[in-house]
Design a protein around this ligand. Structure first.
Ligand SMILES: [Zn+2]
Length: 263
């Protein structure tokens, strides 16, 4: 008598990933949004994760850097083995930094499209978090977070034009009033301004700071940049107003996709 044994080989892939979002499903399952190193942003199911006996309980906390084996499924990947590489506990246990953790995961989840492969985004986040956990006292009062935001939107294809006028293309020179126009994504020179509603009047110094933080690579050096509070505020306004404009644009394109899928 011959015994046949059925061996099913399930093809999965192992990758490093940051946990960005968790949504509860029925039967103690969760949908976890991951920013993976190899596939970009993916949604995956963690089965039975909310059961106290689950071996993965605590492994899939927000912003954890994990090493995970994912099995491609019908609608979502399936999470199998998880190993925590870094849980950034120093940041999560500090109340101020915890707000930063929530801000960061929400920002990444909303800005990054699904399956957009961008290993440089993964590296940027990895570098920034490793700096932040060591220097958390500098995190919320230096230019490091602004630099991260600016680099993030640049990697996503929204780098602002801060060297030439976004309207006439002329190289920006000192003198004259200049504006940052969020809908055009850059600085408008004094000859091209006509009182646009979406413009922020900016100082020479704030433009120089924007260039410095866009081009700087080392978060430790970036965190040491000193500037008057007026210029710091202008840099924050430029980046955040632009960020909100990009988010709105991204959310609108998501609405269009959702509407099309319903047809
Ligand atoms: Zn111009």
């Amino acid at each position: 008598m011959i015994h046949y044994s059925l061996v099913i080989i399930v093809k999965g892939y192992r990758t490093k990933a940051f946990v960005l979002r968790k949504i509860d499903l029925k039967e103690a399952d969760q949908i976890i949004t991951l920013h993976t190193e190899s596939q970009g942003k993916v949604k995956a199911i963690a089965k039975g994760i909310r059961k106290a006996r689950s071996k993965n309980v605590g492994n899939l906390e927000l912003l954890n850097l994990i090493d995970v084996l994912l099995i491609p499924g019908k609608n979502f990947e399936i999470i199998t083995q998880v190993k925590v590489e870094n849980s950034f506990l120093d940041l999560k246990e500090d109340l101020n930094c915890l707000a930063f953790v929530y801000y960061l995961v929400e920002l990444l989840d909303k800005l990054i499209a699904e399956n957009e492969r961008a290993p440089e985004l993964f590296d940027l986040l990895d570098n920034f978090l490793n700096w932040a956990k060591e220097k958390k006292e500098d995190l919320l009062k230096s230019f490091a977070l602004r630099a991260f935001e600016l680099k993030l939107i640049s990697l996503l294809g929204f780098a602002p034009e801060i060297f030439r006028c976004v309207k006439c293309g002329q190289k920006l020179t000192s003198g004259g009033s200049k504006y940052f126009d969020v809908s055009l994504g850059g600085i408008v020179c004094s000859s091209c301004t006509n009182g646009e509603e979406q413009s922020i009047k900016v100082s020479e110094n704030s433009i120089k700071l924007m260039r410095l933080i866009l081009e700087g690579e080392d978060f430790d050096l970036l965190s040491k940049i000193k500037a008057p509070s007026g210029d710091r505020k202008l840099v924050a306004t430029m980046i955040h107003d632009y960020l909100l404009w990009i988010l709105e644009k991204q959310l609108k394109s998501l609405e269009v996709i959702n509407a099309l899928e319903k047809v």
